[in-house]
Design a protein around this ligand. Structure first.
Ligand code: ADP
Ligand code: MG
Length: 388
């Protein structure tokens, strides 16, 4: 993969694909984490004499909804960079090209939401060529979009000299490092709700990890496969067979696949639900498992403390509801305090770390949920492949 070290940018116009897909509230940026994450690349390019043309998607517009305009993002970016950010009213076209060609070194132009163009998600050749015409060089720093072959991630890279930005470079290097040469023992903590999205990652970790700790709603297909009652717990039917296969595979590879041994139950998914602790995992009818119990959380925390490398994806319970947040908090604190390399992926896991004020205490907080899982599964990411 080519990096910024391989690129001459002095006096050139650089098109940078960034991931500014940020949450908005009342017409302003509600969380600027992703904008901040792009700053090292943007500052380095400006210091090296480049003029910047930035392109990102924001949400999933269907018909150029003005609520999904990049305007508020440009305003926040301008504050963070400490320089004015020019804003184009479109993505490509004569007006945009003119603005791009008038840029002086150090100046910054932000294009409109690239998904305003229907050709973006189709990797349309005309759109890719239109983007390429704006600049001399292409840099991709949008790791969160790298698993999609879109015009602004893959198509344009075919048409300009290209390289990875610092953020994308760090994401790929760190995640590949977990698979190729991790400090041992390697402990993977997998939770959350999207079981079917994550079975492939569990499968991969059964080959490379020493220990896999399962929590969140992820554990119920495993319990069901083992013949336990799950009550009203969130239990994806399509996850049960893969869970059975994972248990069988663990017996072969020797990876330790650990499941909770106690749970916290609620009578419904709500902060004011009735709550009770269960020493065991057979969930009675009328109750749902909403968090791992204290014994499990302590056991998982001990494993994390002994790890050379920790990868964590997916909360241990419904952490958004205070009565069911303790398991996730214990794991988050253990990950933050762990002496080994700690890597966290997944939007909700990142939100949990932030909620507990621990986001800056991990080695690497991945900005790409889906992309990080696909990379760890061993899939090729089209946006990354295009940079080699
Ligand atoms: P990430 O975004 O980190 O990959 P997911 O999106 O897979 O994580 O899962 C996060 C969601 O899982 C949270 O909204 C949380 O409430 C939910 N969750 C975790 N454990 C449970 C559970 N036992 N029952 C219901 N929902 C759960
Ligand atoms: Mg999520």
């Amino acid at each position: 993969m080519r990096t910024l070290d391989d690129l001459d940018v002095d006096g050139r116009r650089v098109l940078v694909r960034v991931d500014f897909n940020v949450p908005l509230k009342d017409g302003a940026v509600a969380d600027d984490t992703r904008i901040r994450a792009a700053l090292p690349t943007l500052n380095e390019l400006r210091e090296r004499g480049a003029a910047l043309i930035l392109v990102s998607h924001l949400g999933r517009p269907k018909d150029r909804e003005p609520e999904l305009s990049m305007r508020p993002v440009g305003e926040r970016l301008s504050e963070l960079l400490g320089v004015p950010v020019q804003q184009a009213s479109g993505v490509v076209g004569d007006g945009v090209t003119q603005m791009a060609h008038q840029l002086s070194p150090g100046e910054v132009l932000l294009l409109e939401n690239v998904r305003y163009e229907p050709g973006e998600t189709k990797n349309d050749a005309v759109l890719a060529a239109g983007l390429a015409a704006l600049a001399d060089v292409y840099v991709n720093d949008a790791f969160g979009a790298a698993h999609r072959a879109h015009a602004s991630t893959e198509g344009v890279a075919q048409r300009l000299p290209h390289a990875a930005g610092r953020l994308l470079e760090r994401e790929v290097t760190t995640l590949n490092g977990i698979l190729k040469n991790p400090a041992k023992p390697l402990v993977a903590v997998v939770g959350g709700a999207k079981v079917t999205d994550k079975v492939a990652v569990i499968d991969r970790f059964l080959e490379v990890a020493d220990t896999i700790l399962i929590g969140g709603a992820m554990c119920f297909p495993f319990f069901k496969a083992q013949g336990h009652a799950v009550g009203d717990s969130l239990c994806e039917e399509e996850g049960i067979e893969p869970a059975r296969e994972a248990l069988a595979k663990a017996a072969q590879t020797g990876a330790r696949l650990e499941l909770p041994t106690d749970l916290v139950l609620g009578d419904r998914f709500a902060a004011d639900a009735q709550r009770k602790e269960l020493d065991g995992v057979d969930v009675p009818a009328g109750w749902m498992g909403l968090d791992v119990g204290a014994k499990t959380a302590n056991r998982y925390a001990e494993e994390i403390a002994k790890a050379g490398t920790v990868f964590w994806n997916g909360p241990m319970g419904a952490f958004e509801l205070e009565p069911f947040a303790a398991g996730t908090r214990a794991v988050a604190e253990a990950v933050a305090a762990a002496p080994g390399t700690t890597v966290v992926g997944g939007g909700d896991s990142a939100a949990a770390l932030q909620q507990f004020g621990l986001a800056d205490q991990v080695t690497h907080l991945s900005t790409g949920g889906g992309a990080s899982l696909e990379l760890l599964e061993g899939k090729r990411l089209p946006g990354v492949e295009a940079l080699s």
